[in-house]
Design a protein around this ligand. Structure first.
Ligand SMILES: *[C@@H]1O[C@H](CO)[C@@H](O)[C@H](O)[C@H]1NC(C)=O
Ligand SMILES: *[C@@H]1O[C@H](CO)[C@@H](O)[C@H](O)[C@H]1NC(C)=O
Ligand SMILES: *[C@@H]1O[C@H](CO)[C@@H](O)[C@H](O)[C@H]1NC(C)=O
Ligand SMILES: *[C@@H]1O[C@H](CO)[C@@H](O)[C@H](O)[C@H]1NC(C)=O
Ligand SMILES: *[C@@H]1O[C@H](CO)[C@@H](O)[C@H](O)[C@H]1NC(C)=O
Length: 730
């Protein structure tokens, strides 16, 4: 008996001691061997502890200082199911960071500083159920970011900086039920933004900057029956016809928006609505709503409803259909504060139509608000901050906007000419939309007085030239959109009046030359981004680009026949240069040397380049992050060996000649972490094969283009691991 006891005891002892010696625990962490959990919380770690035991299933790294998650960051712990990376100061998640984590069900990345989700950021997380990304700095979700997450059911993206959701952004998430996008800066959703979210039953878009009901994006999404709080606090001013076209919707909440008006047809395709909450908006009148047959509550609490004869049709409609109207009258004086439910038809009077309007005008005098009139007469829809008069057929700029207006949207009207001082009393306006207004002339001082204007959209008009004084009086202007006009010259002299210009859009004009006179250096010492795509530029003169500050220059789809090397020394901070789609046959030696210290992204696709000097890229080094040469006529490539920092490379669609001269390329490819796609076109027997796969390089004499350190490695790494995917620029 005693013996047995002792034996068991001994066995237990041996077992636990062998187990103990087998487990590793990183010194900064505490480990719970029974639960296979490792916690290293608040240790200011700058890297993932490489010594955590391989069989760890729960890894808690909250509150550290990781900054970057590299590719394959968790290869040492392939059995993880729970991974917590909150508050780790993470700025970037490299593609493939989680590739080895096929068992993780919960990943928490909230409270970091991530800005972009790359195409393959979450590759490998094939079991993931919950992904938390709230409270980061996300501005961009690249298409395909979530394609591998077919089991995900919860995704949180609240409190980020998203402005726009592109088509198919969430493709692959067929099991997500609730998508939280609250508290971003969304002002636009592509029509197919939510395509592929087949299981979605709830979508939270509250606290964004949607100015229009996202009809198209929401219509796709058939299962929704209740919007709850999901759309509140967006600055929507107007709901147009058929805005809300969700056939199964029963409860719609649109409170705390900026609704000034809504079409009586706004809900005509939402026939099952039983509750509509429009409380805390700016509605003064409402017409009977067509569509909903079972409406029981229409909540107008907190709206400035004016109870005169124009409200009578609504009241009668509500009485007939058993709709309860919640809210109270703000006027006329004898009815103010009277509950809508209590006022009767005969109370709702106008002495005569004109008298009534006069009475109201009187009441509003000096109030800064535009006179409220029945809907037929309201052409613009101002509220305290946003005024929308889009596509209203105006031929003159309307006046009388509230002095507090910050966003003025006049796009789609037919102004033809904007005379001087067209915007009196709009000194608070920050953003002015005048796209598609058939404008062919801006008189000097057209915007005079708009002291706070930062964004001006003049895209897609008919401007062939600009008056030198066109931008007088708007010294703060920072973002100027002039794309899609007929400008034949760079409008240098007009820009002289804009000392704070930062981004200038001139795509799709008819500019044919960039000349030094009146150009960047004098004009806009602050200019950072210049967009000149799709003009007819044949020539960039020396001195034309002189700007100490310019970082982004898009010259794609022009008529340049050579790289404008001679003009580059004056742009010493250029980081991004797009020359794609210019008919350049030949790129000479040191073509980019003047900007080699600053250049990070160089795009030269579809140019018909037949030859590049071996030294064409001389001077460029690890600083270059992206290089594209897709769709040219290159048989040989220039020396790429110094480009060790590339994250994106695209060499596809070139007729490469695979002979020993390509050996340096092959070696370079083997040393890069990226899988590079480059296809042989010649000789015939190698046509179609990948440069990285062909074997004949072994037979090349070693002394061709010696590459000292790595000269032997190529033989042993003929094929790269199959898990590494190609990265192309999308
Ligand atoms: C955390 O580490 C960084 C450098 O890795 C150091 O500068 C910082 O002082 C550390 N903070 C704390 C609280 O230890
Ligand atoms: C109507 O709106 C008010 C203010 O938002 C809210 O307090 C109230 O609960 C709403 N009533 C109904 C029945 O929706
Ligand atoms: C001005 O408008 C506010 C509501 O915006 C209203 O309360 C006030 O009575 C108006 N003042 C005058 C003088 O009509
Ligand atoms: C330039 O023009 C081409 C062809 O018309 C078009 O596909 C492309 O989108 C345009 N690019 C820009 C930036 O406008
Ligand atoms: C560069 O220009 C080409 C041709 O217009 C365009 O397709 C591409 O999107 C541009 N790339 C970037 C990064 O702007």
């Amino acid at each position: 008996m005693h013996f047995l006891f002792a034996a068991v005891f001994l066995l237990v002892l041996t077992l636990s001691s062998t187990q103990k010696s087998a487990r590793k625990c990183p010194k900064e962490c505490s480990c719970d061997d029974a639960k296979l959990a490792v916690a290293c919380v608040g240790k200011n770690l700058t890297e993932i502890p490489p010594t955590a035991d391989e069989i760890t299933v729960k890894l808690d790294l909250r509150s550290n200082n990781l900054q970057l998650l590299p590719r394959g960051a968790f290869v040492h712990t392939p059995y993880l199911t729970h991974l917590n990376l909150q508050r780790c100061n993470i700025v970037e998640v490299k593609e493939g960071a989680f590739r080895t984590l096929g068992r993780v069900v919960l990943l928490n990345l909230a409270n970091n500083k991530i800005e972009i989700l790359y195409q393959e950021s979450f590759d490998g997380l094939s079991s993931l159920k919950e992904l938390h990304l709230d409270r980061n700095r996300l501005e961009e979700i690249q298409p395909g970011a979530f394609t591998q997450l077919g089991f995900l059911n919860t995704l949180t993206l609240a409190h980020n900086h998203l402005v726009y959701i592109p088509n198919m952004a969430f493709q692959g998430l067929q099991n997500v039920k609730w998508l939280r996008l609250s508290h971003n800066s969304l002002n636009n959703l592509a029509p197919e933004a939510f395509a592929g979210l087949f299981a979605l039953s709830r979508l939270s878009l509250d606290h964004n900057e949607l100015q229009f009901f996202p009809t198209q994006a929401m219509t796709r999404w058939a299962r929704l029956i209740d919007t709850n709080e999901d759309l509140i606090c967006n600055p929507m001013a107007y709901l147009g016809e058929e805005s809300v076209s969700m056939a199964k919707l029963t409860h719609l909440s649109l409170h705390h928006m900026s609704l000034q008006d809504l079409s009586d047809q706004a809900f005509s395709h939402a026939r099952l609505l039983s509750h509509i909450d429009l409380s805390h908006n700016q509605l003064r009148y409402l017409e009977p709503l067509s569509g909903p047959k079972e409406l029981s509550v229409l909540n107008l609490t907190g709206n400035p409803v004016y109870c005169n004869c124009y409200m009578r049709p609504l009241k009668e409609w509500a009485a007939a259909g058993g709709v309860k109207l919640l809210g109270a009258c703000v006027g006329p004086p004898h009815l103010s504060d009277e509950p809508l439910q209590a006022v009767t038809g005969p109370d709702l009077r106008c002495r005569s139509r004109d008298e009534a309007l006069e009475e109201e005008e009187e009441e509003n005098k000096g109030n800064g608000t535009v006179t409220a009139k029945p809907r037929q007469q309201v052409k613009c829809l101002p509220n305290s901050h946003h005024a929308t008069c889009e596509d209203r057929g105006h031929t003159k700029v309307p006046r009388g906007f509230p002095t507090t207006t910050q966003l003025l949207d006049l796009r789609g009207n037919h102004f033809h000419v904007i005379p001087s001082s067209s915007f009196p009393g709009t000194r608070q306006v920050v953003s002015l939309h005048l796209e598609l207004c058939k404008i062919h002339e801006l008189e000097g001082g057209a915007f005079q007085g708009m002291k706070n204007l930062l964004y001006l959209y003049l895209s897609d008009n008919n401007l062939a030239s600009l008056d030198p004084k066109a931008f007088a009086g708007v010294p703060k202007l920072t973002y100027l959109h002039l794309e899609g006009n007929g400008l034949s010259h760079f409008p240098g002299s007009a820009l002289l009046l804009l000392p704070n210009l930062f981004v200038l859009h001139l795509e799709r004009n008819a500019i044919s030359k960039l000349e030094p006179t009146g150009l960047l250096s004098s004009v806009a010492p602050t200019l950072r981004e210049l967009y000149l795509s799709n003009n007819t530029i044949t020539f960039v003169a020396k001195g034309a680009l002189s700007s100490a500050f310019i970082g982004t220059l898009l010259l794609d789809s022009n008529q340049l026949t050579e790289v404008p090397t001679h003009a580059l020394p004056e742009a010493p901070n250029l980081e991004e240069l797009n020359l794609s789609g210019n008919p350049v046959c030949w790129v000479g030696s040191k073509a980019f040397q003047p900007i080699s210290q600053s250049l990070k992204r160089l795009f030269m696709d579809q140019m018909g380049i037949e030859k590049m000097s071996k030294d064409a890229l001389l001077g460029l080094g690890p600083g270059l992050k992206a290089l594209t040469l897709r769709g040219n006529q290159l048989k040989k490539l220039p020396d790429l060996s110094s480009l060790t920092g590339l994250e994106v490379i695209d060499l596809r669609d070139n007729p490469l000649l695979c002979d020993c001269a390509l050996l340096p390329l092959r070696r370079w490819m083997e040393n890069m972490k990226l899988k590079v796609t480059a296809t042989c076109a010649q000789p015939l027997e190698l046509r179609g094969q990948q440069v990285r796969d062909v074997n004949f390089f072994k037979t090349c004499p070693e002394n061709i283009a010696p590459s000292p350190a790595k000269s032997k490695t190529f033989k042993h790494t003929a094929l790269r691991s199959p898990g590494v995917k190609t990265r192309h620029l999308v």
